[in-house]
Design a protein around this ligand. Structure first.
Ligand SMILES: [Zn+2]
Length: 261
């Protein structure tokens, strides 16, 4: 059995399998949802990387295409979203997610040239003629399989969801829920996990780092670093190193410019 098949069989056996809105996914790295086909590609890439493992990997980690180009949204594109009210069990949980999304999105807008746009009038449902949002935020009970999950810019359009598990609302856990959304929006912007890099402690989840480009030096306090191996942070704030990495991809914040046409 080749290495990729071995990994595929192993992950199929050991990783949580979730069905969300009728689609089956495997849960990798704690908050990445992969379809069966995506899991096969992930394993191929991981096997390829293992074969060339000597190479050092540093910094905030960008998603990259197979030919080495950084994956990002088009310049000036508003990253529009809705928070689907009908999926939430009650008004307070919906309102908390609306508020946390606003704050997490605003934090990214403050460090690099991205713009999120909450189409709040569509949270209750889309009216004919309204522009479709880029993605939606939905409540989905996975019994704590994850706190929240997101997607990457190059994922298929039908996977452009941020899912929020009920554990997001627990008050007895150590993480900051706004930090969780800052982390998830980092994935939406195309950033991968910081702790998949060579400098991270061995007991952090070490999974595929193929199709990844390092933008800065290794940052144990990065918003994209899990709390693992005694490092990472529970607040998941954007660090100075994150800011440098994010600007390397998206440029400075848009409010630093006066745009002319
Ligand atoms: Zn993550």
């Amino acid at each position: 059995m080749d290495r990729a098949t071995q990994l595929y069989e192993q992950y199929k056996r050991t990783k949580p399998k979730l069905t969300i809105d009728g689609v089956e996914y495997y849960l990798l790295e704690g908050d990445l949802l992969l379809s069966d086909l995506q899991l096969q590609v992930y394993c191929l890439e991981q096997a390829e990387r293992e074969a060339t493992a000597a190479e050092q990997r540093e910094g905030l980690v960008a998603m990259a295409t197979p030919d080495g180009k950084i994956v990002r949204w088009a310049p000036g594109k508003a990253l529009s979203y809705v928070v689907v009210r009908s999926t939430f069990p009650d008004e307070p949980s919906y309102a908390r997610v609306v508020q946390a999304m606003r704050q997490a999105a605003g934090d990214w807008e403050g460090v690099c040239g991205v713009k999120f746009l909450h189409l709040r009038e569509q949270d209750a449902g889309q009216q004919p003629g309204q522009a479709r949002p880029l993605f939606d935020v939905r409540y989905h009970d996975t019994q704590g399989a994850f706190i929240a999950v997101a997607f990457f810019p190059n994922d298929p359009v039908e996977q452009r969801h941020v899912f929020i598990d009920p554990s997001f609302f627990r008050t007895d856990l150590f993480y900051n829920p706004i930090g969780v959304l800052r982390h998830e929006l980092g994935h939406v912007l195309g950033f991968r996990h910081e702790h998949i890099r060579s400098g991270a402690p061995a007991d952090c989840p070490q999974e595929g780092t193929s199709d990844a480009i390092n933008l800065t030096e290794y940052d144990p306090k990065s918003v994209m670093h899990y709390f693992c191996g005694g490092i990472g942070t529970q607040e998941m704030k954007l660090t100075e190193v994150d800011r440098q990495g994010a600007q390397a991809v998206y440029g400075p914040p848009q409010d630093k410019f006066q745009f002319f046409e």
